[in-house]
Design a protein around this ligand. Sequence first.
Ligand code: PTJ
Length: 249
Amino acid sequence: MEEIPKSHPRYASLITRERISQAMNEGLVHETGLIAHGRGEAYDYLIGEKTIPPADNAEKVAAASLLLAKKPVISLNGNAVALAAKECIRLADAIPAKLEINLFHRSNDRIKKIIKEMKKQGAKYVYGTKSDACIPGLNYNRSICDKDGIYSADVILVPLEDGDRCRALRNMGKKVIVIDLNPISRSSKTASITIVDNIIRAIPNILKWINTFKNEDNIILENLEKNWDNNKMLKEVLSFISKRLNSLF
Ligand code: PTJ
């Protein structure tokens, strides 16, 4: 890995790029994952590279939903594992939730490599290889999932989801929580709860809320879910970005 001086003003961002690029070389991240990462970086710039109040709120309600869920699943792709493998395992243990590898650019080789990496990072069991169920309404490759995992889940947390699959999962009656720095993506507009934050910050912050709510009364959690208005939150994010840009110069 090329040496990046700690004093560089963009140190954290450059290190993250190195992680993604290394994970691509190891066959975990698809090459288009680098492009997706670049788009994410651009939106992260717009929000100031920190968790903004509407995102913190979404992370709080996401934690409530995950705790209330009967069969929660965290669905992971190449980028998510490259950037937040350990954090996702910690979150899955705390909820508790199942972990499943589900890829946009599906290949058995990459699924195996990602599962191996997750186990190396401490995951006990990772779904994604049984491939014994299909999400209705998607083309074959993208619809494949595990019957005991995503197919039968009631609440799914999917970092970096694509719009079609988000719609298909919603059509199955599932609650879909997405993490997407782009507040105007189709996934952001289709999800039940959209977290407009970097996965690197979002997963630990959801975990913080899970720990806060662990002994909370279900009624309080249900009220948080019931009062959630995803479109209102997305408007708040756009208003935050617009105010921020207008105040820069
Ligand atoms: O590993 P695979 O085969 O499942 O492929 C994964 C990618 C990400 C390549 C695939 O799902 C894809 O093409 O995704 P999209 O449609 O480009 O959407 C990715 C979204 O994630 C974009 O809206 C980005 O803004 C957002 N994003 C990128 N990096 C981050 C992010 N959101 C949160 N945190 C990030 N670090």
